[in-house]
Write a new protein. Structure first.
Ligand SMILES: [Zn+2]
Length: 189
């Protein structure tokens, strides 16, 4: 039904004493606008990563802050980024841990820290997915009262589903997070 036909029908309905069909305009996000914003976010994220890389690059000093050795190898560079001292110092540190019988614990702690940052990333991505997913993304046009009811129902069901799925996942992840944090807290190195 085009706009003219709608007007004709609405007039006829009014003449007959019936309630004319209502048109409902639901303002949805402009998809182009959304795409543009996503691109902006992507660019911003890349810029941030570049900045972080640049910072890391700039932060590796010439001398190891612990033993003052010149840090010239790739291994030194890598170790400095991870542990803030040169490769030799890291080898010494790990040997000391082995001698003290703390190496396994230290290694496990490292693994747990990695898990924790993975879980945090997951939580963050689910939260932003939920935020995006419950936003209406389709334009629909009202026709007849019954259709509107159906449409509305469909929408609220989608939102519920999204909430349900994300809540379930978040609950699980938060449980994992607590477990990992508890394990980490039990370490004292
Ligand atoms: Zn060193």
């Amino acid at each position: 039904m085009n706009e003219h036909q709608r007007h004709v029908k609405a007039r006829q309905d009014i003449m007959k004493g019936n309630t004319p069909e209502k048109r409902i305009f639901v303002h949805m996000e402009d998809l182009d606008e959304k795409k543009k914003r996503q691109d902006e976010i992507k660019v911003e994220r890349e810029r941030k990563n570049d900045r972080m890389d640049a910072l890391k690059e700039a932060k590796t000093p010439w001398f190891c802050p612990e033993c003052n050795k010149v840090m010239k190898s790739r291994l030194d560079d890598k170790m400095y980024r991870l542990h803030n001292h040169c490769f030799d110092c890291q080898v010494k540190f790990e040997n000391k841990l082995r001698i003290e019988g703390k190496y396994d614990e230290w290694e496990e702690e490292k693994v747990l820290n990695n898990q924790l940052s993975y879980i945090r990333d997951q939580i963050e991505s689910i939260e932003s997915w939920r935020e995006e997913a419950i936003k209406p993304v389709e334009v629909f046009d009202q026709v007849g009262v019954q259709d509107v009811e159906l449409q509305t129902e469909k929408w609220s069901k989608n939102t519920e589903k999204v909430e349900e799925m994300s809540n379930e996942a978040l609950e699980e992840l938060n449980k994992m997070k607590t477990e990992v944090e508890e394990k980490l807290n039990s370490f004292v190195i």
